[in-house]
Ligand binder design. Structure first.
Ligand code: RNT
Ligand code: ZN
Length: 422
């Protein structure tokens, strides 16, 4: 029997199994096709970007590994992205940082960037009917070297970063307008301290007033969504992060903008999933930076683990998909970068499929009637239902490979394209 026939037959059996619980697998696949993920451009080149001279590695964000074949220019990065999108079922987005503009060897400082530097990206996205997202780059720059940007004590430095962030909101809006979609422009800054500060208040006063300057300029909401992202700590700012979770939750409330939750930015035992139904009560929407924290690193490739499943379940169970913008945020330079993108994105889609294959009503009825025994038993049984057969079928109908065939395609791309980049 050929492989597709085998996948189809396995799917039909799985469909019956799920139907016994009242779950309609075809509907689950239909729902899954609506999930759109924003892939981080920075996974393709270790966050180097295309500034002249090249953005220095001196950054608050550390990329580890030296696997050969990183993309060195916009053409290579777009080629890698095209290949990656061909291996992920569904229609997805690409997330750019400000340093990825096409500056053609010219020194354009961050406060001078404008939509014209992103025309190549916009054209590329338009041809492929892809959405784009955007981020100011407030790190890896001489004016960020002391570890502060928008909260810097020096007004001149703050002004520079305010101008950069404003330029980025305008670029986000231009992208959204050109592509007739809403670009999420997400702000994250590294500002923090290695050792205990004595004036937390001063730093936070300055951050708030810088943000007020940035967000008081009105930008067309039909084309741009503003979001702010907090963090717990980073190497080099272990004792104090100006833009903490509380700070930005409060700020997003004040302005009614989106809040970005990054899975790697909380205490290890805190549940990101649990936060969703609280925060969405008070904010118009959330951006999720799906990532995987491992000890000090907040950016390992996402895998299908319990935490990821819990996030997808929460979004599906609470019917929050329209208010949640899903982005991935990881960068691993120790494995093939194209594979890293593909593995992470497919893990997220699997988590959503798993969530849509739950007998939601049955589980919620059990819970409401106090039948916690039934709830626990069923949740455990669901883990071993033939989920894989549904996933394989989804890949088949979307014309993307699975298992070793997936690996083979990546290896071919590596041999033909990536290994030539020396
Ligand atoms: C950093 C934040 C931020 C970055 C990207 C590159 O800790 O998570 O989102 O990873 O902007
Ligand atoms: Zn992030």
């Amino acid at each position: 029997m050929n492989k597709s026939k085998r996948i189809e037959q396995a799917y039909l059996r799985a469909k019956e199994r799920y139907a016994e619980l009242g779950v309609k697998t075809d509907e689950a696949l239909q729902e899954l096709s609506q999930v759109s993920l924003s892939l981080p451009c920075w996974q393709g080149d270790d966050l180097k970007g295309f500034e002249a001279p090249e953005t220095s590695g001196d950054s608050a964000i550390l990329v580890t590994g030296n696997y050969p074949g990183r993309a060195r220019n916009p053409e290579e990065l777009r080629s890698d992205a095209d290949f990656v999108f061909s291996l992920i079922p569904g229609r997805h987005r690409f997330n750019l940082h400000a340093i990825y503009g096409e500056f053609r060897g010219k020194k354009i400082d961050r406060d001078e960037i404008s939509p014209e530097h992103f025309e190549g990206w916009i054209e590329w996205a338009k041809e492929r009917k892809r959405g784009l997202d955007f981020n100011p780059t407030c790190f890896a720059h001489p004016k960020a070297r002391q570890g502060f940007t928008l909260a810097h004590p020096d007004r001149v430095i703050r002004k520079f970063w305010i101008a950069h962030c404003l330029a980025c909101r305008r670029i986000g809006e231009a992208m959204g307008r050109a592509l007739n979609q809403r670009t999420v422009t997400n702000l994250w800054i590294p500002d923090g301290m290695k050792d205990n500060p004595v004036d937390r208040r001063g730093f936070r006063d300055r951050l708030e007033s810088s943000l007020d300057e940035i967000y008081s300029v009105s930008i067309d909401k039909r084309f741009n969504i503003d979001s702010v992202e907090g963090k717990l700590f980073a190497p080099g700012s272990e004792s104090f992060t100006v833009g903490s979770h509380e700070f930005y939750f409060g700020y997003a409330l004040k302005k009614q903008i989106y809040l970005t939750l990054d899975s790697g930015h909380f205490h290890p035992t805190e549940s990101l999933a649990d936060k969703i139904s609280s925060i969405l009560r008070f904010l118009p929407g959330l951006v999720l930076h799906l990532s995987r924290g491992v000890r000090w690193d907040s950016d390992h490739v996402v895998i299908l683990d319990e935490e990821l499943k819990a996030v997808a379940q929460e979004i599906v169970r609470g019917n929050y998909l329209s208010q949640v913008h899903l982005a991935l945020d990881f960068f691993d330079a120790s494995i093939n970068r194209v594979a890293a993108w593909v593995i992470g994105a497919r893990a997220v889609l699997k988590a959503f499929l798993f969530a849509w294959l739950e007998p939601r009503n049955l589980l919620q009825e059990m819970e409401a009637s106090g039948d916690y025994t039934g709830r626990l038993l069923l949740l455990e049984e669901l883990k071993i239902l033939p989920f894989n057969d549904v996933w394989d079928y989804y890949c088949l109908i979307n014309d993307v490979p699975t298992g070793l065939a997936l690996l083979e395609q990546i290896r071919n791309y590596e041999a033909k394209i990536q290994s030539q980049r020396i």
